[in-house]
Design a protein around this ligand. Structure first.
Ligand code: ATP
Length: 453
């Protein structure tokens, strides 16, 4: 393994200056103690991929690893370094995770550093005593720290401290894979150990426009054919952490601009089975997802609702009703999502049974206004076409209708304020919706006829 040296000055010129300054301060603190400090993982990848001399790369997550002390001496090196940095950056919050000997510095909407998260770890290795278990950790060298990672392009370290600052520790051919634009896994049974890596691999492939290296793709298919998804879909007290990670990766994918291509690739690889063995991205599901986007653009441009979660709901709604509850529970979805998916079958049959006999707009409004927007969208997506049309018409036109008179008008007309107002206004609205009254004069006539004072 020939040492590779990067041009540190050139890398510096790609990064936002305030980030470079932070890295410099961290490496000075490490050098002072005779330690090595490395930038590792995704930040190295992003730095190597970044545009030359752009000077604006803002990385949100920075992973640093401290190494170079005697093994028995100082497993708390990362923590010590984080503490010193916090003195230099008092606005950062310091978090210490004792069991893993790591520390994190967090900035929240900082004018310079924005919402930056810097993890500082002591070089370590992880063992998997059984697949997908929580890793056990012990102090170890930087090579082992990199060895436990997922893909070659994520398993490089850039030495920040002198001597040999700028050295790229690339034991697994990450740089070559970056140049060849491919996603390559480090170990043959990596996906068996941690199925969420399939989702990560797909995310990186689509995000960077890279291809999946053929052998890696084979490992993925092998893992899926061997039934790893059983572990992600079955109830198993040993693997809740796995489902939490799967959900986090699903969130990453479904909130990214490239979510549709990522779902396609997951489906091609058979990896949607990790959500449920029967889940397939067929034409019908694609149509529903497209329609969901139209609805979200039109009715929720302010993002009041959580869009990635609604995409996930549509995926789950595509499963047979008897499977849905289990999947929502496995993925520990939010209460409102769980409720929507639980009520979907019943609400759909209710709407399907009632809507055809509701011909007048006021009847449609009466029926549909009991559902909130996310529920109604979900119902519309899985409804037959004729119902979908009526729901769309409700959402785009009828739901926005207001009665031609309001409470103040009623008061001026001499109606005594009270519970009756609700009924009067509802009737006025219904008459407006159905075209029985078209202006205020007609509304007043309507009142005089139906609610004589
Ligand atoms: P992003 O820019 O999307 O955040 P990232 O590579 O920084 O990408 P993180 O999820 O923040 O992704 O993980 C940081 C690093 O930790 C990765 O680069 C990888 O080296 C390692 N890593 C994360 N998840 C796993 C995993 N499931 N298995 C092995 N290594 C992982």
């Amino acid at each position: 393994n020939v040492p590779k040296f990067t041009n540190l000055g050139e890398l510096r010129d790609r990064l936002a200056p305030q980030l470079w300054q932070l890295l410099t301060k961290a490496s000075q603190a490490a050098e002072k103690r005779g330690w090595h400090l490395y930038l590792v993982g995704g930040a190295v990848r992003d730095l190597l991929l970044a545009e030359k001399a752009a000077g604006n790369l803002m990385i949100k997550d920075i992973d640093l690893v401290v190494d170079g002390f005697h093994k028995s001496a100082d497993v708390g090196a990362g923590v010590e370094l984080a503490k010193e940095l916090q003195q230099l950056y008092p606005t950062a919050r310091l978090e210490i995770h004792g069991a893993f000997q790591t520390a994190a510095l967090l900035w929240h909407k900082d004018p310079e550093l924005d919402s930056l998260w810097v993890d500082i770890a002591t070089a370590r290795t992880e063992f998997y005593p059984y697949p997908a278990a929580n890793p056990e950790v012990e102090a170890s060298s930087i090579r082992q720290d990199l060895y436990r990672r997922d893909f070659t392009i994520n398993a490089m370290a850039l030495r920040l401290t002198s001597p040999r600052a700028g050295e790229l520790l690339d034991f697994f051919g990450g740089l070559q894979d970056l140049q060849a634009q491919q996603i390559r896994v480090l170990h043959a049974n990596s996906f068996i150990e941690d199925p969420t890596r399939i989702y990560r691999g797909v995310r990186f492939a689509v995000r960077f426009g890279f291809k999946m290296e053929p052998q890696t793709e084979e490992y993925i298919r092998y893992a899926i054919n061997s039934g790893i998804y059983d572990r992600t879909t079955q109830e198993n007290s040993r693997t809740p952490a796995l489902q939490t990670r799967l959900k986090a990766e699903l969130k990453n994918i479904l909130e990214a601009p490239y979510w549709k291509s990522a779902l396609q690739l997951l489906d091609n690889l058979g990896a949607l089975q990790c959500i449920h063995p029967t889940l397939k991205l067929d034409e019908e599901l694609l149509r529903q997802l497209r329609l969901l986007e139209r609805c979200l653009q039109r009715f929720d441009s302010q993002q009041t609702f959580i869009h990635w979660q609604m995409r996930l709901e549509v995926l789950i709604a595509h499963l047979a009703p008897e499977y849905r509850a289990k999947v929502t529970q496995n993925l520990q979805m939010q209460e409102d999502s769980i409720a929507r998916l639980k009520n979907l079958a019943q609400s759909l049959s209710q709407v399907m049974a009632s809507l055809p006999s509701h011909q007048r707009p006021s009847q449609v409004v009466q029926l549909l206004r009991q559902y909130d927007l996310p529920m109604l969208i979900l119902i519309a997506l899985v409804s037959p076409r004729s119902l979908r049309r009526q729901i769309w018409q409700y959402l785009t036109i009828w739901a926005n209708f207001q009665p031609l008179l309001n409470g103040n008008d009623l008061k001026k007309l001499g109606y005594k304020p009270g519970p009756q107002y609700r009924q009067i206004l509802d009737d006025l609205l219904a008459a407006t919706l159905d075209g029985v009254i078209k202006n205020r004069t007609e509304a007043e006539e309507f009142l005089a006829k139906h609610y004589p004072r």
